[in-house]
Design a protein. Structure first.
Length: 419
C-alpha cells in the first residue's frame, strides 16, 4: 500500500510557505458550533470543558501540529462533542437509559503490547459477550434521521485512509471497523484519556490528567456502555456481560472500582523489555501523521515511565488482593495455548463457552499472526540492561518468561522499580 505521508508533509510545507493557516483551535468556539448546529442551549454535563481546554492548550503550545494534525484535532473534538449532544437527546426521549445496570464487567489490562488485544479479539467471537466495537466507539449512534446505518462502512474507509498515511500501523496493530476497541476511545469523548498522550506530544495535558484523576472519565464510560447496551436490547440482544480491554485501565483502577463496585480484573503479563520498544514504535507510528516533528527519545522516556507506573500498580494490587479478585494470565501461555487459556478465562469467571463460539475462536486463532516483530531499543534511547534492572522485581514476582537475552547478561534484578 502506497503511503500518503510524503504527500501530507509536502502539502503542509507548501501551505506554510504561502502563509495559509487553519487558525488556532478555540475550545469555546468548537462547543458553541455544536450547540448551534443541534439547537441546544447547553450540555447536560459540562465537566468536559476543563479537560478540553487543557488538551487544546497542549495542541497549541506543545504538539507541533501540522495541517493534517490541526484538521484532525478539530474533527475529533467536534465528533466527540456531537456524540455528547446525541446522548443528551436520546436521554431526553428515554430517560431510563441512565438506569440501565452494567453488571460485573470484566476489565482486561496489563502492560501495552502484552497480548491483551489478541485475548479481547478471541473473546469478542462469542455473541454472548458484549465488547465495544471500533465503529461503535467512533459513532455510538447512526446519523440523526438517517434511513440507513452506514457507520461500519464509514469507519472502515477512515481506517483504510489512516493506514495509507501510517502504513506501518497494519503490522503493529491491525484493526477493522468491527474490531473490539480499547476504552481509551470511550473516555476520549470527554477529553480525559491517555489516548491523547499517545497520539500527540501534550505533556502539560498529561500532567494535568494524572493529577485530576479518572473518576469523571469512568462515570462517562458507564454512561457510554448504557447507551450501547440500550441499543443492543432494542435489536433483540439478551447479552449483558461486558468485557472491556485497555492497558491504560491499570492507571485508573480506583476510578473503575468506584464506578463499577462489582468489576472484575484480568492482568496480562509479558516481558517488559520486549514490549516497551514495540509500544514506543506504535506511539511513533500513530503520532507521526499529526505532527511536524517526533522525538523518539522523548517517546521512549514516556513509554517507560508509564510502564514503570503500571508495573508498580500491578505489584501493589497483587499484594493487596486477599480475595483474589484479579485473574493473572501470561502472554506465553496465551500465545502457545490460546484456546486453553480462553477456557481457563471462562472457567474463572463462570462463563459458558459454547461450541459455536469455540469454533469461531479456533478460526480466528488459525488466521492470527504470532508476535509483533522486533523493534530497536536504541532508536528510542532505551538501554535493555537498565530496563532489566527497572523491571526485575515485576518479572520475578509474577514469574514472567524472559524473552530477551539481556536478562541472562544482567542477572535477575531484584531492586525496587524506579523510573
Amino acid at each position: 500500500m502506497a503511503s500518503l505521508e510524503p504527500l501530507l508533509k509536502f502539502v503542509d510545507r507548501a501551505l506554510d510557505r504561502i502563509g495559509v493557516s487553519n487558525g488556532p483551535l478555540i475550545a469555546d468556539t468548537l462547543v458553541e458550533s455544536v450547540q448551534r448546529r443541534w439547537r441546544r442551549a447547553a450540555f447536560s454535563d459540562e465537566s468536559f470543558r476543563a479537560p478540553l481546554n487543557r488538551l487544546i492548550a497542549g495542541y497549541q503550545t506543545e504538539a507541533n501540529l501540522g495541517t493534517f494534525g490541526r484538521l484532525s484535532a478539530k474533527w475529533d473534538a467536534l465528533r466527540c462533542l456531537t456524540n455528547l449532544i446525541r446522548f443528551d437527546m436520546e436521554e431526553d426521549l428515554e430517560p431510563h437509559i441512565r438506569e440501565i445496570q452494567i453488571r460485573r464487567p470484566i476489565f482486561i489490562t496489563g502492560l501495552p503490547r502484552s497480548g491483551t488485544t489478541f485475548l479481547h479479539t478471541l473473546l469478542s467471537c462469542d455473541p454472548a459477550i458484549l465488547v465495544p466495537r471500533c465503529w461503535q466507539t467512533i459513532f455510538p449512534y447512526p446519523p440523526y434521521g438517517a434511513k440507513r446505518d452506514t457507520r461500519r462502512r464509514l469507519v472502515e474507509k477512515q481506517l483504510r485512509f489512516f493506514q495509507q498515511i501510517a502504513p506501518q500501523l497494519g503490522k503493529l496493530h491491525p484493526m477493522s471497523a468491527d474490531s473490539p476497541q480499547e476504552c481509551t476511545e470511550i473516555t476520549a469523548q470527554v477529553f480525559q484519556s491517555l489516548r491523547y498522550e499517545m497520539t500527540h506530544n501534550v505533556p502539560s495535558y498529561q500532567g494535568w490528567l494524572d493529577n485530576f484523576g479518572h473518576l469523571n472519565a469512568y462515570r462517562f464510560h458507564k454512561r457510554f456502555l448504557q447507551h450501547l447496551q440500550h441499543q443492543h436490547a432494542e435489536r433483540g440482544g439478551k447479552s449483558t456481560q461486558w468485557i472491556l480491554k485497555c492497558p491504560d485501565h491499570i492507571h485508573a483502577l480506583d476510578a473503575i472500582e468506584a464506578v463499577y463496585p462489582d468489576a472484575r480484573f484480568v492482568f496480562v503479563h509479558r516481558d517488559p523489555v520486549r514490549v516497551i520498544p514495540s509500544a514506543a514504535k506504535l506511539t511513533e507510528v500513530v503520532r507521526r501523521p499529526f505532527t511536524r516533528f517526533t522525538d523518539p527519545y522523548a517517546i521512549g522516556k514516556q513509554v517507560v515511565a508509564r510502564a514503570v507506573e503500571a508495573a508498580e500498580i500491578m505489584l501493589a494490587r497483587d499484594r493487596q488482593d486477599g480475595e483474589r479478585r484479579i485473574f493473572h494470565l501470561h502472554y506465553a501461555e496465551l500465545a502457545e495455548r490460546p484456546l486453553a487459556t480462553v477456557e481457563r478465562f471462562y472457567e474463572r469467571f463462570g462463563l459458558n463457552l459454547n461450541d459455536i463460539a469455540r469454533m469461531e475462536m479456533m478460526d480466528r486463532i488459525a488466521a492470527s499472526r504470532n508476535g509483533n516483530g522486533e523493534y530497536s531499543t536504541e532508536t528510542f534511547g532505551l538501554n535493555p540492561r537498565k530496563l532489566c534492572g527497572q523491571f526485575g522485581q515485576y518479572v520475578e514476582h509474577f514469574s514472567v518468561r524472559r524473552e530477551v537475552p539481556e536478562w541472562e547478561r544482567a542477572g535477575l534484578a531484584t531492586a525496587p522499580i524506579a523510573a
